[in-house]
Design a protein around this ligand. Sequence first.
Ligand code: IDP
Length: 157
Amino acid sequence: MSHHDERTFVMAKPDAVQRGLIGEIIQRLEERGLKLVGAKFMQIDEELAHEHYGEHEGKPFFEGLVEFITSGPVMAMVWEGADATRQVRQMMGETDPADAQPGTIRGDLGLDLGHNVIHGSDHEDEGANEREIDLFFDDEELVDYERADAVWVYEDE
Ligand code: IDP
């Protein structure tokens, strides 16, 4: 894989779906030049919620988090591009939308820590992107293709 091919897991959370923000989130990532390589509109069950958020098990907010993430459909996605995991995290902003800078997805679209619109793999957690992609997607659900504008997004493409 070239260095433009890092993949990261992104999810429009139930609040984003209910508020009609799927398109807004996809648009921001698309316009940045990131490439959508997988997408699944789905309902997360208890088991998947516990696996996905396993690191938070035992914390006071864990049960509420599981309840929220299973409360309605989500849009699970895989996005690809140079430094994709860290770049998406920067676009998301701080975990608490109250601390997220304007211009970020959470800073523009959210107000509450428990309803913070979007999930993206943690770039500081080595391999989190691949683990989360594997948890939500089978290999054959991810698509290999070139975006027509890649030569304009990347100088060395
Ligand atoms: P992240 O989503 O920015 O990676 P994490 O620390 O991994 O942040 O937390 C996962 C999710 O758990 C957050 O996105 C948020 O929805 C929820 N969460 C984290 N901390 C709290 C809290 O203190 N109270 C309520 N919900 C929280």
